[in-house]
Design a protein around this ligand. Structure first.
Ligand code: F6P
Length: 339
């Protein structure tokens, strides 16, 4: 088993469930690879036992640690992974991860025939094939707590408060935390924003006698092309840009254009840290149990997914071929409260 990509509350709950059921019910031995795909590439692993995984259910992060190593960016990467799996006499590999980790897992299965089961994970909630990912509920709760706190200080000072939350391709965290926190404007990557429209909404609110506003913005939100200059960040091994900066840009532009006192808060990795909510612990546990059952049944190239209230196996490719974006009607529901 390995955990790859950005960490996420609930990873340890998956690990614990795989180990517990894998050993107790199925009689397997389980090894955990270290640091995402670096583990099977370099044969860095440890045996996981029921004893060594006790007490980890409520702990954030991952006891296996994680990295954004891309096995396809390393010479002979897939072959090295296959060889290391053979040398350890492994029946299969459970890869817990998001878009990049599962994308690599799908290719290792599809192109190299490796026996892989995926488990979908990301606080961004943007994977296809599943209705929700664990970690999302925790991230939303953290963001809502922050918005509630920013509300009271915004009101005391008649300020416009910008809250930048995570969400690279999809605005789920912004949408849900904004809805739950009573945001006055929510900006998401799926809908390039018009800065003048944001100004109009804030002014309208002020004209109705509310002298403070909360703007929740996903880190991946972008202005309509050609309207504002955005500075691009560095790229990682999967070619993803380092995001963060839209909050500051909005602070500057909204302050200048409205004349209202404006401040930005970037929540950043706080959203990924700490203990998972009860919902995420339960979801992660159910996914872990389903993953080890699938591996025990030698069903490769699949991942357990939440469909409605049920956990079902879907093709691993489904997670990454179509990311799950915020549909127009869900955004429209939140927009009813703007301005
Ligand atoms: O994919 C999850 C995520 O939390 C994104 O929302 C964010 O852009 C990215 O990870 C941050 O990654 P890193 O931990 O590498 O800064």
């Amino acid at each position: 088993m390995l955990t790859g990509g950005g960490d996420c509350p609930g990873l340890n709950a998956v690990i614990r469930a795989v180990v517990r059921k894998g050993i107790d019910a199925h009689g397997h031995a389980i090894v955990g690879f270290r640091d995402g795909w670096r583990g099977p590439l370099e044969n860095a692993y440890e045996e996981l036992t029921i004893e060594s995984t006790r007490g980890i259910l409520p702990r954030g992060g991952t006891i296996l640690r994680s990295s954004r190593t891309n096995p396809f960016k390393h010479d002979g990467g897939p072959e090295r992974i296959a060889e290391n799996m053979r040398s350890l006499n492994l029946d299969g590999l459970i890869a817990i991860g998001g878009e990049d980790t599962l994308g690599a897992a799908a290719r290792l299965h599809g192109e190299h025939g490796l026996p892989v089961v995926g488990v979908p994970k990301t606080i961004d909630n943007d994977l296809g094939g599943t209705d929700m990912t664990f970690g999302f509920d925790t991230a939303v709760q953290i963001a809502v707590d922050a918005i509630d706190r920013l509300h009271t200080t915004a009101e005391s000072h008649n300020r416009v408060m910008i809250v930048e939350v995570m969400g690279r391709h999809a605005g789920w965290i912004a949408l849900y935390s904004g809805l739950a926190g009573g945001a006055d404007v929510i900006l998401i990557p799926e809908r390039p924003f018009d800065i003048e429209e944001v100004v109009r909404l804030i002014r309208r609110r002020h004209s109705r006698g509310r002298f403070f506003s909360i703007v929740v913005v996903a880190e991946g939100a972008v202005p309509v092309e050609g309207t504002l200059e955005v500075i691009a960040g560095d790229k990682d091994e999967f070619g993803h840009e380092r995001l963060g900066g839209i909050g500051q840009l909005l602070e500057r532009e909204l302050g200048k254009r409205t004349g209202f006192d404006t401040r930005a808060t970037v929540l950043g990795h706080i959203q990924r840290g700490g203990t998972p909510t009860a919902f995420d612990r339960v979801l992660a546990t159910r996914l872990g149990l389903a993953a080890i059952d699938a591996a025990n049944d030698r069903k490769w190239g699949v991942m357990p997914a939440l469909l409605g209230t049920r956990i079902e196996l879907v093709a691993l490719d489904d997670a990454v071929t179509n990311l799950r974006l915020v549909p127009d009607e869900e955004y429209a529901a939140a927009a009813a409260f703007f301005g």
